[in-house]
Design a protein around this ligand. Structure first.
Ligand code: PEP
Ligand code: MN
Length: 338
């Protein structure tokens, strides 16, 4: 439930409403706005009888939110959230960011070489999986702890903050020691224990859309992290399953403006997993930025033909450089400084 106060409501009237909500055994979260304050009501399991609230002085309107998400919805924070990672800002009104790096960390040479190259070409963050959620158990599963150590080394040498995946609640503390942003993969979007554990930390979480998740389910998954206490959530569209087999997945670009209407959280696009095809990554990256994405995440490998995972969709270092030249002009065309 959302309680919208009159624009002239006094501090005392707002406090009275908050106290009334607490008397009902519920949590009240004031959301100050430029025009008026709203009060989010949390902790209810079902419909709330608003009789004792709606006639209180200063209350303009009571909105019953029937959606499975509230705190991540636009109504809760109309201005849009900006997430800080080191000195980088991600979200509403900020220059779109670029996350680049290999699918998986494979060796010291591979990750350091990639990190230094993508940094030089303008990437803002380095990606690379140490724990890999592979479809079958007989493929490369990631270097795990050693992969995390190499990511920290790459960060030290390149200065780029790290995005890396965590697959289990048990490993959140370990991954948090090395990562600046913790990624939840598409296959784990509804791993609720993992989401809750990530809600207890303070580092940003990059939540990928499940390959057959609706937008409502996607936002409800983000709500798990938010409601547990971590408001630093970045949403990532990475393609969904359709009947089409010419591409690995179907990139749902309409989610960018749609999520920007429905939620205040930043939304970025991963065109690598969405298309599965290197040549499609630059055009889809450009399309994502034109549609209003707050950033992109792309896979880059110094020798894609030898990659232990996702080679066909990985850009070469040279290909990434060419794409970045176009992205930089697009970003300034869109009115951001680069
Ligand atoms: C990845 O980013 O390497 C990855 C495994 O992506 P997804 O979870 O979207 O398949
Ligand atoms: Mn991958």
């Amino acid at each position: 439930m959302l309680i919208v106060m009159h624009h002239k409501a006094s501090r005392k009237q707002i406090d009275t409403v908050i106290a009334a909500v607490r008397t009902m055994g519920l949590k009240a979260k004031p959301i100050p706005g430029s025009q008026r304050t709203a009060i989010g009501v949390l902790g209810n399991k079902g419909y709330i009888d608003d009789l004792s609230i709606r006639d209180l002085p200063g209350v303009k309107e009571v909105i019953h939110v029937t959606k499975p998400y509230k705190m991540v919805s636009r109504d809760f924070h109309p201005k849009g959230t900006v997430i800080k990672v080191a000195n980088i800002e991600i979200g509403a009104g900020k220059r779109p960011i670029v996350i680049a790096g290999p699918c998986a960390v494979e060796s010291e040479h591979q990750i350091i070489r990639t990190a230094l190259a993508v940094k030089r070409m303008g990437a803002d963050l380095l990606r690379g999986g140490a724990f890999k959620p592979r479809t079958g158990p007989h493929t490369f599963q990631g270097l795990e702890r050693e992969g995390l150590r190499l990511l920290s080394l790459a960060k030290k040498k390149s200065g780029l903050p790290i995005v890396t995946e965590v697959m289990t609640p048990e490993n959140v503390a370990l991954v948090e020691e090395h990562a600046d942003v913790l990624q939840v993969g598409a296959r784990n979007m509804q791993n609720f224990d993992l989401l809750k554990e990530l809600g207890r930390i303070r580092k940003p979480v990059l939540l990928k859309r499940g390959m057959s998740a609706t937008i409502e389910e996607f936002l409800a998954a983000a709500e798990y992290i938010y409601a547990e206490g971590n408001p630093h959530v970045i949403l990532c569209e990475r393609g969904i399953r359709t009947f089409e087999t010419a591409t690995r997945n179907s990139l749902d670009l309409s989610v960018i403006p749609l999520i920007n209407e429905m939620s205040h959280l930043p939304v970025i696009i991963d065109p690598s997993h969405a298309t599965g095809k290197r040549s499609l990554v630059p055009p889809m990256s450009m399309a994502a930025l034109v549609a209003g994405a707050h950033g992109i995440m792309v896979e880059v490998h110094p020798e894609p033909d030898k990659a232990l995972s996702d080679g066909p969709q990985s850009l070469t270092i040279e290909g990434f450089g060419k794409m970045m030249a176009k992205i930089k002009s697009l970003i300034s065309f869109l009115g951001f400084d680069r």
